[in-house]
Write a protein that binds this ligand. Structure first.
Ligand code: ATP
Ligand code: MG
Length: 876
């Protein structure tokens, strides 16, 4: 079977067991503070396990794009070095939400592997949780007994808490799990050592393929476990590993998922695959990482300098570095792999093809910029090597390597490699100390202490009514205290709420709750695992009973103006620039809106104006809001809704229509576009390769901005006494100014000549050396150096000491004829250092010319006198 047939067979099997097949959620997680990337199939169902949302169906199955490069699951260092861990991989999964439990989960997994896929039963092993005294849990005999139907006891292996007990986080749902392992060694080797000894022992050919998790407990903040009222199943099977088993290959990279990419890398780098371990690793790293990067870009996460974007940037750099070090790639090359990637995955993931141009461009630019970084780093290292060698040291300061790594993104292993070639080593201890210190700084900055929820009322799912109401009567269902950097806040959950929680780029609502005797301010509203939490600085004194919950309506109106304007802007951009324009991010705030989109050039003034006019035309058309709640995705698509990648959509969606603009959106909007009043773009700029950002204002804010600018024009107009055309007035002012400064320049030249003559004529003679010393006219201040050198041209042996005052700042110059300076009898630097004391300053220069600046202009005269005395003494 090829990869695509395998994926389909999984769906077909679980469909036959009454599972609803759902699509993969985006790999990049947007609305979860605890997670940057989807790292398992269950992530998109987290809120169901937590009881915050109702399941869309009791049984669900899918294939999920996962990324394991940060946080709890980080396989990055394994990738490429082994043949079965990837950064990005697909996880096939089936779920039961309070429906079937261990028996069906185990039976079906066995049936699928051995009867549908015909995997040899002799190579399969299962593991079960062995129990844990500290946790107060016994061995999972239930799972053990179900496995006993299919496997002899010696093939059912005990696993400890680390391998066989799954937890969502420090708190929350958890339970024992049962893994299925396959032994892919040859028949002879299997005879020599039983596979059971190699399970979970990092053997490259005895690997885990499927993990069945049985969620039956909830872990509380104090660490204790309580049984869950309804139990769930969560399973995950590595798709690439399954392909390897079925295609009987030695490595995931030999399956049809990776072969086209590996071949292309071999072609581009002119390096055969399978001949040398070092270059093979590099090729596997690159084949793996190109998938990760391409998929995160289609999911809306571009490489950048912080958070998720930085993780992606580092992965790309890791691949470039392997190419640089082991495959001798000095030019950008990763972007050339896109066609091969599309060839292997484009059918299952059409977004790759749709966004091919953007992905290619972003990767190419990142590659080039990192190659420049490498060049800078190598130059810096060269210097360090020279210095260190000069000092006869063998060990280079770890701080240096850390600075290279931290400030310039220069990888440690590359630093080590280059140093090694020069017989030097880095002080790794020091490097690690610096690294640890930095990590600690980051940890302290983000450590959050969360207490347990205090439940006041058992309630179903919290309902959001804020599309229709801005006030309502509520009761508080539960609350908890959250402390970040010694600042405590409270999170409140209501039975129903009119408050919109920050999501989809729109900021959260603010307002207050009031029970007649006390008013408590809501400072923000956020979503956590689909639960709407209202944030307050204090708890109401009487927390039980009814409250009025009231949203700040002025702010909400401003937000709605900006959100609707964002849709109109998106539509207008596609009309003016083309349909390659796609939303890449947005921020809808009460004061302004921000919209990021794919486009390759700077917008011209004409384009910006066209966009503004189109939007304002639609504002004036006063289109009414047509809101379609809970319509099937397919219907929204037929209506022409723009499907934005990187958003997570359930099966039912909300579509927002104004005139011909229609988008899937969960945000709050105006009732009629006329409410927006006026739309004005305030900036347009690039934020990354191929991505531009527009910021704009609407309504009162737009009015204020236009008025401020208009008033400024009026004020400028007033400055010209004559009325008439402002632009002409400014033009003529500039022409006059040009002429005046030219005239002034030529007058200054004359002035310099006169001053020069006076100075030369007034020179005193001292033992054959002429001495000029004077404070010159401050209007010539900026020409003092000129003057000094012009004097020099006309003099024989001489010393000139000049002082002047440039806008209150005293300055001194000393010039000495070359021969005199060379003779060593007198040195301009010594002269200036001495006399500069009079102006409270200091200076320096060369033996024939030195200058100084100071603080005290009143000291100029005495400085000149002092210099005169100093010089006379030297010359006599
Ligand atoms: P391993 O011990 O091999 O790292 P795991 O215990 O981390 O696996 P789970 O978290 O249980 O794996 O994930 C479920 C399944 O996903 C695994 O059985 C495996 O088939 C697959 N899988 C996990 N990590 C990766 C990865 N980095 N690359 C490819 N497949 C993976
Ligand atoms: Mg793992």
């Amino acid at each position: 079977m090829n990869a695509s047939e395998i994926r389909k067979s999984f769906w077909a099997f679980f469909e036959s067991k009454q599972h609803r097949i759902v699509s993969s959620a985006p790999m990049v997680v947007k609305n979860d503070p605890t997670l940057m990337f989807t790292n398992a199939g269950m992530n998109q169902f987290k809120d169901i396990f937590l009881g915050n949302s109702k399941p869309i169906a009791p049984r669900v199955a899918n294939s999920q794009k996962c990324l394991r490069v940060s946080g709890k699951h980080n396989d990055l260092e394994e990738v490429g070095h082994d043949t079965y861990h990837h950064t990005m991989f697909e996880m096939l999964g089936n779920w039961s939400f309070g429906d079937y439990f261990k028996e069906n989960a185990i039976n079906w997994a066995w049936e699928y592997l051995t009867e549908v896929l015909n995997i040899d039963k002799r190579i399969l092993y299962a593991s079960v949780f062995e129990g844990d005294k500290d946790m107060g849990l016994d061995k999972d005999m239930e799972a053990f007994n179900y496995w006993k139907q299919f496997l002899p006891e010696e093939k059912i292996i005990n696993g400890n808490r680390k391998d066989n007990f799954w937890e969502m986080g420090e708190m929350g749902p958890c339970g024992p799990c049962s893994e299925i392992h396959v032994d892919l060694r040859s028949e002879e080797e299997r005879k020599k050592i039983p596979g059971a000894q190699l399970v979970n022992a990092d053997h490259p050919e005895v690997i885990e393929v499927w993990n069945l998790v049985f969620i039956q407990f909830n872990r509380k903040a104090d660490g204790s476990l309580e049984p869950l009222p309804s139990k769930h199943v969560d399973t995950g099977m590595g798709f690439e590993r399954l392909c390897r088993v079925l295609q009987q290959k030695q490595s995931n990279y030999d399956t049809d998922v990776f072969v086209p990419i590996i071949n292309e890398i071999a072609e581009i780098t002119q390096t055969p695959y399978g001949k040398n371990e070092e270059t093979d690793i590099a090729m596997r790293v690159i084949a793996d990482h190109i998938r990760t990067i391409a998929f995160s870009i289609t999911d809306g996460q571009l490489p950048s300098n912080n958070k998720a974007g930085y993780v992606i940037r580092r992965i790309l750099r890791r691949a470039i570095r392997y190419g640089y070090t082991f495959l001798e790639q000095r030019q950008s090359f990763m972007h050339k792999l896109l066609p091969a990637l599309i060839n292997s995955m484009g059918d299952a993931y059409p977004e790759l093809k749709d966004q091919q141009e953007l992905i290619t461009k972003v990767i190419k630019e990142e590659e080039e910029s990192f190659l420049r970084t490498l060049a800078t780093g190598i130059t810096m290292l060269d210097k360090i090597i020279q210095q260190t060698k000069g000092g006869n040291y063998k060990v280079v300061d770890g701080k240096v390597a850390f600075e290279l790594y931290d400030t310039y993104g220069f990888p440690l292993d590359l630093t080590e490699l280059i140093l090694k070639e020069n017989d030097l080593v880095i002080n790794r201890k020091e490097f690690e100390k610096e690294m640890e210190a930095q990590k600690n700084r980051a940890r302290i900055a983000t450590a959050i202490e969360t207490e347990d929820w205090v439940t006041l009322l058992q309630d179903d799912v919290e309902e959001f009514i804020g599309y229709d109401y801005l006030e309502t009567d509520i009761t508080i269902v539960k609350y908890r205290k959250v402390t970040l950097k010694n600042k405590s806040l409270y999170q409140l959950v209501f039975n129903i709420t009119p408050f919109y929680a920050e999501s989809g780029g729109q900021v959260g609502d603010t307002g207050y709750i009031d029970n007649g005797s006390e008013k408590v301010e809501i400072i923000d509203t956020k979503k956590e695992n689909n639960l709407i939490v209202h944030i307050t600085k204090k708890l109401p004194k009487e927390i039980k009973g009814e409250f009025k919950a009231i949203v700040n309506s002025t702010k909400r109106q401003d937000i709605a103006n900006n959100h609707t304007a964002t849709h109109l802007l998106h539509q207008a951009l596609r009309e003016v620039l083309g349909t390659h324009v796609e939303q890449k991010g947005s921020l809808v705030h009460s004061d302004y809106l921000r919209f990021d989109f794919s486009h390759f050039q700077k917008l011209t003034r004409e384009e910006i104006e066209k966009v503004e006019k189109l939007v304002n035309k639609r504002v004036r058309a006063n289109f009414a809001l047509e809101e379609m709640r809970e319509i099937p995705v397919a219907k929204a698509h037929d209506l022409g809704a723009m499907m934005l990648f990187g958003e997570k959509y359930g099966d039912l969606v909300r579509a927002i229509k104004f005139g011909d603009s229609i988008e899937l959106c969960g945000g709050t909007h105006v009732k009629h576009t006329g409410e927006i009043g006026f739309f004005k773009i305030i900036s347009e700029a690039s934020i990354a390769s191929g991505i531009r950002r527009i910021e704009a204002v609407t309504g009162v804010k737009a009015e204020e901005m236009i008025m401020t600018q208009h008033n400024l024009l009026l004020a400028i107009q007033d400055m010209f006494k004559s009325s008439g055309n402002l632009q002409k007035n400014i033009e003529s002012l500039m022409t006059d100014n040009n002429k005046l400064s030219k005239d002034l320049d030529s007058m200054k030249q004359n002035f310099i000549n006169i001053e020069k003559r006076n100075l030369i004529d007034g020179a005193k003679e001292l033992n054959g050396v002429k001495l000029i010393a004077a404070v010159i006219d401050s209007r010539l201040g900026d020409k003092m150096k000129d003057l000094a050198f012009q004097i020099k041209k006309e003099m024989g042996e001489f010393v000139a000491i000049l002082g002047t005052d440039v806008n209150g700042k005293p300055q001194l110059s000393v010039v000495i004829s070359d021969e005199l300076a060379q003779s060593g009898r007198i040195n301009a630097v010594e002269v200036i250092r001495d006399c500069a004391k009079e102006i409270q300053g200091g200076g320096g220069g060369q033996p024939f010319f030195a200058t100084a600046g100071g603080k005290n202009p009143n000291g100029l005269g005495s400085a000149i006198e002092r210099a005169k005395a100093f010089v006379s003494e030297k010359l006599s």
